[in-house]
Design a protein around this ligand. Sequence first.
Ligand code: FES
Length: 90
Amino acid sequence: MQGPGSLCRKVELAKQGTLPVAEGGKQGDDQMAEPERPQLSPYQVELEAGKRYAWCRCGRSKKQPFCDGSHEGTGIEPLMFTAEGSHMLL
Ligand code: FES
């Protein structure tokens, strides 16, 4: 059974978008590391319409703000998305 601290931690991680979901849809926060904050200001990125991107949620990538695979073993996965248009964004 989970204590109230565990539930509060899951709610906080869900707000941050870092609550991992393991295969089968079970949440695996027992193995999850804390996300890092490599930069507090926005990143300027150029997105290409239709291209698939992996946005780093662990903060360990050397190619911020995109994933370079450094999240391996943290329990944190990148946020995958496809750019709807070609844009230069901050
Ligand atoms: S999610 Fe950060 S390196 Fe992959």
